[in-house]
Design a protein around this ligand. Structure first.
Ligand SMILES: Nc1ncnc2c1ncn2[C@@H]1O[C@H](COP(=O)(O)OP(=O)(O)OP(=O)(O)O)[C@@H](O)[C@H]1O
Length: 558
């Protein structure tokens, strides 16, 4: 039998046990509710994380969703660098006014040692760690960046390592202005969330790598396309000396110069009126150089649109200016290890002359909007129909660039000064154009050739080529009989970069002798002969006629 006293005690016991049970149930319920809340947050977070593609997305998800659960003011995610000795900020608030505070603001390019007290503690712990900012600041190995957060009023940091299958990949710091703001009840949840964030980070890095590789593929694709079109062009025009027609002494002297300079990397400046074959010479130099397996990239400075000229030469990064939708490499990079042919260099703007000079001096370039310095190895061949020295005097061409280009000048004489080449060039063009047009023209009549010999050729070889093409199309039969030369005064302006050409004393002397010979109907010596009219001994006149290459046909065609 139970005594009364015992009964009371038992009752009391039962009562307090009930209270315990009630309390336990309440705690359990609270825990259950908390778990449910955590699960909800985790679920919504994992849904959001699954769709994350970039750093900005991840920043927003953490900033918005996580702040609903925990009270924190800011956060930074740092990743361990490939050197395994440092870590750098990866996800952080990039807003300008946020970063204005004094101290070392987070920046992706900065590297911090892993060998500080905070990192060591986080790496060793499986749980988040609470750091008191002021306490850490007094320690010897406080991280350099902590002052920035202290200046922002941050008093507490929760730090935890981020892990993936390979181990620790970085750290997640939550910054709070209040102390004890995040209860350690939430630390397991925080740990779970950090695992999810690690997955998102791996995805972002993989996406970034794919985007970068795609960009590289695109750039190589563009380079291959460009190279391909240059190669096609080179296949069509395999230039060597045998393609350069002519046997005049002046042309032979040029072959000699090409042989001398081609094998080196010396810069060559090809000078000459329009149509004299400057490009042909540039190609011959490239073909005979050790670089002939690489590209000769041509850039025509006269046709460069001013707004795109710099990009054409040096390339640009995506987004560097309106319309720069892709990264593009410039002609300098394309010509790497080969030859860059700068045609019509005299037309280059002064602003670009400065940039070109720098590229030639430093042997490196920067794409517009890029920070990378790109080493280039190009051989420069430039050409112009302008008198560059005069342009320097007029202030249109930089003297320093002129001297850098004028290392090995090659001057091509105009066609009227190498009349000997006309018959060879004419039959070369007849052969080529007949084949191209399917006409059966095989040779040129003497009278037609005489006309060609007597003409001044302001457009030089290009003009001769076009004239023969036109004449072949109009011709009947196998022999080219008619060539319709444009009506032109012999003293008329001869193309020299658009300037009125002043005849030399030598040319005036030739013209004067020729006109007297015409008046005397070709008679040189004796009464009424040209020698008498010119008051010269016949032998002197004969040697002048020889020197000026005046032929019978010149006299007859006047
Ligand atoms: N010696 C030559 N033998 C055969 N063809 C030639 C010769 N010189 C020039 N040509 C031809 O004449 C045309 C003009 O030559 P090219 O374009 O090289 O001249 P250019 O001096 O560079 O002219 P521009 O200053 O107008 O650019 C081309 O079709 C070229 O093949």
């Amino acid at each position: 039998m139970e005594s009364k006293g015992n009964l009371v005690t038992t009752k009391n016991l039962t009562k307090s046990t009930d209270t315990y049970i009630e309390n336990d149930a309440a705690v359990l319920l609270k825990k259950l509710e908390q778990k449910e809340r955590e699960n909800k947050v985790l679920l919504s977070l994992s849904n959001a994380i699954a769709s994350i593609r970039n750093k900005l997305n991840l920043f927003d998800v953490i900033d918005q969703k996580l702040k609903r659960l925990f009270e924190f003011d800011d956060f930074v995610i740092c990743l361990i660098n490939d050197d395994l000795e440092t870590h750098s900020p990866f996800i952080y608030n990039r807003k300008e006014d946020f970063l204005k505070t004094a101290g070392i603001a987070p920046e992706a390019s900065r590297k911090y040692t892993l060998d500080d007290g905070m990192c060591r503690a986080m790496i060793a712990s499986e749980k988040p760690i609470v750091f008191n900012v002021e306490e850490v600041l007094t320690s010897d190995d406080a991280p350099a960046w902590l002052g920035f957060w202290h200046n922002k009023g941050i008093r507490e940091m929760i730090g935890l390592k981020m892990v993936d299958r390979s181990g620790c990949i970085g750290f997640f710091y939550l910054y709070t202005k209040n102390t004890h703001s995040i209860s350690n009840l939430y630390f397991d949840l925080l740990h779970g969330i950090s695992l999810q964030i690690s997955v998102a980070i791996s995805n972002i890095i993989a996406n970034d790598k794919i985007a970068q590789q795609l960009e590289e593929i695109n750039i190589y694709k563009q380079k291959l396309e460009d190279e391909n079109s240059y190669l096609q062009e080179q296949i069509q025009h395999q230039y060597n000396h045998s393609e350069i027609i002519g046997q005049s002494d002046s042309l032979k002297a040029i072959f000699h110069l090409i042989d001398h300079v081609a094998t080196s990397d010396t810069t060559v400046l090809v000078l000459g009126e329009t149509g004299t074959g400057k490009e042909l010479i540039a190609r011959a130099i490239h073909s005979a150089s050790p670089r002939h397996h690489q590209l000769m990239v041509k850039i025509n400075c006269a046709t460069l649109p001013p707004s795109l000229a710099e990009s054409e030469l040096f390339g640009h990064e995506k987004g560097s200016f309106t319309g720069a939708t892709d990264r593009r490499i410039g002609k300098f990079e394309l010509a790497h290890n080969g030859t860059l042919f700068l045609d019509e260099i005299g037309e280059l703007s002064l602003a670009l002359q400065v940039k070109l000079l720098r590229a030639l001096q430093e042997k490196e370039i920067e794409r517009i909007g890029g920070s990378e310095v790109i080493k280039t190895n190009v051989r420069i061949v430039a050409a112009t129909n302008r008198n560059l020295l005069k342009e320097v005097e007029k202030g249109n061409f930089r003297s320093d660039l002129y001297y850098r280009l004028n290392v090995f000048p090659i001057s091509l004489p105009p066609l009227r000064e190498r009349l000997d080449d006309i018959p060879h060039l004419a039959s070369h063009f007849i052969g080529r154009i007949s084949k191209k047009t399917g006409r059966l023209v095989t040779s040129i009549a003497k009278s037609a050739l005489n006309k060609l010999m007597a003409y001044t050729w302001p457009g030089n070889i290009r003009e001769l080529e076009h004239l023969i093409e036109r004449s072949i199309l109009l011709n009947q039969g196998e022999i080219l009989k008619q060539v319709s030369l444009p009506k032109m005064e012999r003293t008329a302006s001869v193309n020299n970069g658009g300037e009125q050409r002043i005849k030399t004393i030598h040319e005036n002397e030739r013209d004067h002798i020729l006109s007297v010979l015409v008046q005397c109907k070709g008679k040189i010596s004796g009464l009424g002969g040209a020698a008498e009219m010119l008051n010269l001994p016949a032998t002197t006149l004969n040697s002048k006629i020889k020197k000026f290459k005046i032929r019978r046909e010149h006299i007859l065609n006047k």
